[in-house]
Write a protein of this length. Structure first.
Length: 336
């Protein structure tokens, strides 16, 4: 278990500047004492309460794969996986229990999830949700980077980071003084045509491995939503709390890259005839004003997590054969 003060010390010790800032913001919102227990890591290595392996037949288990946006606020109560669990159990028949395993890890991307996928599948999930894309896919997007060389040759990766670190971009130094939000920046045309083929390959490999483990596991892809969206004007607070991607000081890059990534996810899901939860579109209604529900460029606030968890729960009820307390819902047919 971790108290608020212990978690703060952990973040400081490991130099997690953004994580510490996010924690302090949510900590103030919760009005927690420093000695209060805010979360636990269970014996299986996941944030949240203990669960049984092998999984009892009476349990329907959902695994939420993700990054810090899934790991969520330090207080486990507010994380969208825990909210999903509460919401779903309030809807389904009392003789049927749903468990949600928070598979979010701070800083994770597709490659890191793939390296640990065997550890994830040990939890014996019946349904897996995938909410990934911020780390590396978008945060490290750079039209000038040779993605093939970056992924396959350590020397090129070192050379690339040497050059990027010498640029006046990203989180280096006092980055706030360099930020802009300019939809008309010619540089954005390069981001509009940015190629996500390697992240899509990773997604496909992840789905393939999960279905090799157990063919009847249902998998749902979730589009991502952050502080910036092409269809929403960025207000003053948004520009104050945001941080940039690594290769550009123009915050509008988030709007371009997020929309392009979500379009690729939808295209992939359609090609595989998989279900997809369109969080990007739902966020237009869920988060108004937008900046109220984000702590920075990508991390939702506690209040936002409550909304996200309920929205995801409602969507999953539509996709599964859950016997609810009021009505028997019939799921859509899936073809993977």
């Amino acid at each position: 278990v971790r108290t608020a003060s212990q978690h703060r010390a952990d973040l400081q010790q490991h130099g997690k500047t953004l994580g510490l800032k996010f924690f302090e913001t949510s900590h103030k919102q919760n009005i927690l004492s420093d000695t209060e227990i805010i979360f636990q890591i269970n014996s299986h290595g996941f944030k949240g309460p203990e669960f049984i392996i092998p999984k009892p037949d009476s349990i329907f288990r959902i695994l939420t794969l993700g990054n810090s946006c899934t790991w969520g606020p330090a207080s486990d109560y507010y994380t969208y996986p825990r909210v999903m669990e509460r919401e779903l159990n309030s809807l389904v028949d009392e003789n049927f229990k749903i468990e949600v395993v928070n598979g979010g890890v701070q800083g994770y991307n597709f490659e890191r999830v793939l390296k640990r996928i065997d550890e994830y599948l040990v939890v014996e999930p019946d349904h897996v949700t995938i909410y990934l894309g911020w780390n590396r896919t978008i945060g490290r997007a750079d039209p000038d980077k040779n993605q093939y060389l970056y992924r396959n040759f350590a020397l090129y990766k070192m050379f690339y980071h040497f050059l990027v670190n010498r640029k006046d971009t990203g989180l280096a130094g006092n980055f706030k003084n360099r930020l802009s939000y300019n939809p008309n920046d010619l540089e954005m045309k390069d981001y509009e045509s940015y190629n996500y083929k390697y992240s899509i390959r990773d997604l496909n490999e992840l789905i393939t491995i999960i279905h090799q483990y157990k063919p009847d596991i249902k998998i749902t892809i979730i589009t991502i939503a952050g502080l910036f969206d092409k269809r929403v004007a960025a207000d003053k607070r948004a520009l104050e709390i945001a941080y940039p991607i690594s290769a550009s000081n123009n915050l509008y890059a988030y709007s371009v890259l997020t929309h392009k990534w979500n379009s690729e996810l939808k295209k992939y899901a359609e090609g595989r005839r998989m279900e997809i939860i369109d969080f990007e579109d739902a966020a237009l209604e869920l988060f108004n004003p937008r900046s109220k529900y984000f702590a920075d460029s990508v991390h939702p606030t506690n209040e936002a997590h409550l909304k996200i968890g309920k929205f995801f729960a409602d969507e999953l009820v539509k996709l599964e054969k859950f016997k609810t307390k009021d009505v028997q819902l019939t799921s859509k047919e899936f073809t993977y």
